[in-house]
Design a protein around this ligand. Structure first.
Ligand SMILES: C[S@@+](CC[C@H](N)C(=O)[O-])C[C@H]1O[C@@H](n2cnc3c(N)ncnc32)[C@H](O)[C@@H]1O
Length: 186
């Protein structure tokens, strides 16, 4: 009997999660320059992307696992920096899954402006999840906080839209949605 490959399964699940929730097009991504901001200490989405033939991708996080840092395959693909200060150039796509939208201590206006500078015209930044739940206040960024931060982006340079997620329910019975924010550089 064939042995289960848990690592491969975990990467496939991570890839599916990003593709579905961030509404990504894996084929298009093969020719794009991509950065995954707050990619996790094990940079799973970067690794999963490489498995799927998406090679022009970097992972950004404030911390990485030691083993990954010395792995040849990841040399130059991992950038150990905060999203507020990392310098990106000519990016087609910047993804942020459960990182910028979730960490209450990140300076959002500064971060959005910094990452926005790294996009090429026509490039997109996708941030998920943005919730409108009262219960998640203080744990996850709410749409109103994000809207406030978006005011700091120059109107004639950027446009944005929220794509509503499926309705979910808290144990308390509160109904909410996890939305996707797409910011496009004009
Ligand atoms: C919940 S994990 C999400 C990891 C991955 N994106 C995923 O969906 O599985 C959030 C990550 O954001 C990173 N992070 C927190 N603050 C950050 C910052 N200022 N700049 C970059 N990454 C940050 C954390 O180190 C952590 O690895």
């Amino acid at each position: 009997m064939e042995k289960p490959n848990f690592e491969k399964e975990a990467l496939a699940a991570e890839f599916k999660k990003y593709v579905e929730d961030l509404r990504l097009d894996p084929n298009k991504m093969k020719s794009q320059k991509i950065a995954d901001v707050g990619c996790g200490h094990d940079a799973q989405f970067v690794r999963a992307s490489l498995e799927n033939g998406i090679t022009n991708i970097a992972g950004i996080d404030v911390e990485f696992d030691e083993g990954l840092k010395v792995d040849q395959e990841f040399q130059g693909r991992l950038i150990q920096k905060g999203a507020e200060e990392v310098k990106l150039h000519d990016m087609d796509l910047i993804t942020a899954y459960a990182s910028l939208g979730s960490h209450p201590d990140i300076d959002l206006p500064k971060t959005l402006n910094n990452l926005g500078e790294g996009l090429k015209p026509g490039g997109e930044m996708k941030i998920y999840p943005i919730s409108d739940s009262d219960e998640l206040k203080g744990i996850q960024r709410r749409r109103d906080e994000i809207l406030e931060a978006l005011k700091s982006l120059t109107k004639d340079e950027f446009e944005y839209e929220f794509i509503k997620g499926e309705e979910k329910e808290m144990q308390s019975g509160e109904k909410y949605t996890d939305d996707l924010l797409v910011i496009r550089k004009k």
